[in-house]
Design a protein around this ligand. Structure first.
Ligand code: SF4
Ligand code: SF4
Length: 162
């Protein structure tokens, strides 16, 4: 988090840290939606040099895509995005405290446009609200049901912090 340059070069995590709440880390038995015990507001990861491999490798979509502006920073938007399923799916992990955040603009219109653009290539967008998954389509959404177990710690994408 705080301070290291990233692939988009003009972006940094700043005070965000939302992935340290919304993403599960099996190696340290950290469930989804619970702040990591190693995270300190304002200081970031307190075990940064020794953080788990999954944390090192996690790729935050906002951080790596230059044309997503500040309103998309995860702590401001209310969700963390990451690529999953070998690049075939964009996961949108919603903060349980802001379950409707992804429906706000400019997000929803962008998601619908991305869904339309990705359709021909078999790319999908899934919103995760707790255990429930919704697939975003160009003109609506499909409820995929409660797909995750209650105590979900699995990562289907690696984690990277800067
Ligand atoms: S990697 Fe993304 S979600 Fe995690 S702290 Fe940085 S900006 Fe926030
Ligand atoms: S980077 Fe990993 S170990 Fe460090 S605070 Fe975040 S979740 Fe915890």
């Amino acid at each position: 988090m705080n301070g290291r340059p990233d692939i988009a070069e003009t972006k940094s995590c700043g005070d965000c840290g939302l992935c340290c709440k919304l993403i599960g880390v099996q190696a340290i038995d950290k469930p989804q939606f619970v702040w990591c015990k190693a995270y300190r507001k304002g200081a970031g990861c307190t075990v940064y040099d020794d953080r788990p491999a999954d944390c090192r490798a996690f790729i935050c979509y906002w951080l790596h895509v230059p044309n997503l502006g500040d309103e998309w920073r995860p702590d401001r938007a209310g969700f963390v995005m990451h690529i999953a399923d070998g690049g075939a799916r964009l996961n949108i992990e919603v903060d349980p405290g802001k379950p409707q955040a992804w429906r706000q603009e400019p997000f929803l219109s962008a998601f619908r446009a991305w869904a339309a653009q990705g359709r021909a290539r078999g790319l999908t967008l899934w919103v995760w609200i707790g255990r429930r998954a919704l697939e975003i389509t160009p003109d609506g959404e499909i409820d995929r049901g409660m797909l995750r177990p209650a105590a979900h710690t699995r990562r289907d994408s690696n984690k990277r912090l800067s």
